[in-house]
Design a protein around this ligand. Structure first.
Ligand code: SF4
Length: 330
């Protein structure tokens, strides 16, 4: 062990977030699901979704029986739905190529959809206590500051950080080290207000006690495009008309209202217009949703995969949060 990892391990034993739900009854399966959920979402948001997911699919056998729609419905509201689609795809590979068991070595784990080097490293380190480097957003921040790296390109930054992670990851106490460095990045070495005075590696950290603006910034501001959407949402007393989105630029495979530029509504006396702005990671959605109250449902003359969904069964369908809010109020 090196002094960096020694300090992180000791700190984790005393101060780690031991009560996180995926740190109780640890299994490769629960670590896989939690790591995928945590890829782009904060811990406090993930906790209820993780608990709900594990309640519905307590083990891999249960998950392997689920359809893509069912997994997406459990994911509803968590965002970044490609993660749920990849879990479904990974299940198919696990069933066909790995005898319905989660692989127990890093190369096979990395071959599964949605599992990159860092996620595979986390599963091996936490669930199997076998040291492998990881590089999630929190770990990048800790290592980047600790070594005060400089870089000209994104590629160079990644390469340098992986080398540092390889160099500092110990072979022993991988369980404690991996969770410790994740926790350090999420707590003391936070983005805007690092508390270096409480940090276990401040003695050797090249950026300790510097103003945040001087610390290595690992994130570039991104200008996001805005897409304007004109949805129509006809509904009867008991049902709403929705379609399953097939294209991938956003909300792929989720149930959303129909594009009013493509399909016209029949009838409809009472209507209201709702405006919703919703930021996604890569673009902003500027939505106008026109809801129509109609007497009778009808068939669409369209190739869309559409359905009149019972209002009482909305929770069984994967819908983006802003759409679910509108639909639930009808
Ligand atoms: S000393 Fe400060 S900047 Fe360095 S790793 Fe610790 S919290 Fe981060």
């Amino acid at each position: 062990m090196n002094s960096f990892s020694d300090n992180i391990v000791s700190w984790y034993k005393e101060n780690g977030r031991h009560d996180l739900p995926w740190r109780k009854n640890i299994s490769p399966y629960s670590i896989w699901i939690s790591e995928i959920m945590l890829q782009q979402t904060q811990v406090k948001t993930v906790i209820p979704y993780f608990n709900k997911f594990i309640e519905k699919y307590p083990n891999l056998d249960a998950l392997l029986k689920a359809s893509e729609d069912e997994i997406l419905a459990q994911w509803s509201g968590l965002g970044f739905y490609r993660r749920a689609k990849n879990i479904y795809k990974a299940c198919r590979v696990i069933s066909e190529d790995f005898n319905s068991k989660l692989p127990t070595n890093i190369n096979d784990l990395e071959s599964l959809p949605g599992i990159g080097r860092s996620t595979a490293g986390a599963i091996m380190s936490i669930a199997f206590n076998e040291g492998h480097p990881i590089l999630d957003a929190n770990v990048k921040r800790v290592l980047g500051r600790y070594k005060k790296i400089s870089f000209k390109t994104e590629n160079e930054k990644q390469k340098k950080l992986w080398l540092i992670s390889e160099e500092l990851t110990p072979n022993k106490e991988s369980f404690e080290y991996t969770q410790g460095i994740m926790d350090l990045g999420a707590t003391h070495c936070s983005k805007s207000r690092p508390s270096c005075d409480l940090c276990p590696v401040s003695n050797d950290c090249a950026s300790a006690f510097e103003e945040v603006s001087n610390k290595v910034s690992l994130r570039k501001a991104i200008q996001k495009p805005t897409i304007k959407l004109n949805f129509i949402l006809p509904h009867t007393k008991n049902e709403i008309l929705m379609h399953k989105k097939q294209t991938s630029e956003y909300w792929e495979s989720l149930w959303i209202p129909i594009d009013g530029n493509e399909v016209k509504v029949k009838g409809g006396q009472k209507y209201s217009k709702i405006k919703v702005n919703h930021p996604l990671s890569h673009l902003n959605l500027d939505m106008k949703i026109k809801t129509f109250e109609i007497d009778k449902k009808y068939d669409l003359n369209s190739n869309l995969e559409y359905k009149w969904i019972k209002k009482s069964k909305v929770d069984e369908y994967a819908m983006p949060t802003p759409i679910k809010k509108v639909v639930s109020a009808l």
